[in-house]
Design a protein around this ligand. Structure first.
Ligand code: F6R
Length: 257
């Protein structure tokens, strides 16, 4: 079931998202987390780091798998998702080096890297909680419109819309790599729990298609409607295009609610 929680503001939506992850790790210290990058996630990781620093949560037994990585960027490239994760989270908490994985975008054989990444997730026992953001075009991970709900971790071409959306990290859309390795939609759906965070009016259209639209490859995130345990945290701006029944599921109960 997809639970939609419209929070009173961005800070509350971020705090609620982080609280789900913290509770997951508190209840199972050896949790397998699926992690996301992107600007929406900056504040989520800051909140997790704060929870770590205050002793509320520890990550020493957690294993993590990130959703995606650009092809052609090594883990030391400043714009790689590996570097994003290092700066935002991994270097600031107690998660062991060997426990954290992203697809290796700097490989001669991206197809075999994708297959071994999928196998590694399975070998870890699958993902307990998958954190997701949402692309303005409805993508999750780098599953662009047209992606099959049966897709596994694989090599994908990025759309112009995504390269333009991500250009602020690179200076120009042409500088954004044209392809990536991403967990597939089936990979994401195999997580036992999913938490998605979308903020701001630029996400409102994609949120409405994800929640209210038909389940269709034209909006990859709509496949999440078929998952048994997904919670979507929104701020009012991201929720503004939802149809009235969803928009009535307001939840102002705060981070403990
Ligand atoms: C990144 C990822 C993407 C982002 C999405 C939103 O790992 O999986 O699907 O979550 O592009 O990005 P932001 O938060 O930058 O708007």
């Amino acid at each position: 079931m997809m639970k939609v929680v419209i929070c009173e503001d961005q800070a509350t939506a971020v705090a609620r998202t982080a609280a789900e992850i913290i509770q997951q790790v508190q209840s199972r210290s050896a949790s397998v987390l699926g992690l996301a990058t992107g600007h929406t996630m900056d504040a989520v990781y800051a909140s997790l780091v704060a929870g770590h620093d205050t002793g509320q949560v520890g990550f020493s037994q957690v294993r993590s798998f990130n959703l995606d990585e650009y092809i052609g960027l090594g883990p030391d490239h400043p714009q790689s998702f590996a570097q994003y994760m290092a700066h935002a989270f991994f270097d600031r908490v107690d998660i062991p080096l060997a426990h954290k994985r992203l697809p290796n975008g700097d490989t001669r054989d991206p197809n075999s890297e994708a297959a071994s990444y999928e196998a590694a997730i399975e070998a870890a026992g699958g993902i307990d909680l998958q954190l997701l953001g949402l692309g303005t075009n409805g993508h999750i991970g780098f599953n662009e419109p047209g992606s099959s709900a049966r897709s596994k971790t694989r090599v994908v071409a990025l759309t112009q819309a995504t390269r333009t959306a991500n250009q602020r990290d690179f200076g120009a859309a042409e500088a954004v790599p044209a392809s990536a390795i991403t967990m597939g939609i089936a990979t994401i759906l195999s997580a036992r729990r999913i938490v998605l965070l979308a903020l701001g009016k630029e996400k409102a259209e994609a949120v409405a298609r994800m929640v209210d639209g038909p389940v269709s490859p034209s909006c990859p995130a709509s496949a999440l409607q078929t998952h048994t345990d997904i919670t979507v945290f929104l701020d009012p701006a991201a929720a503004c295009k939802l149809s009235p029944p969803d928009a009535n599921i307001h939840d102002h109960s705060g981070i403990d609610g």
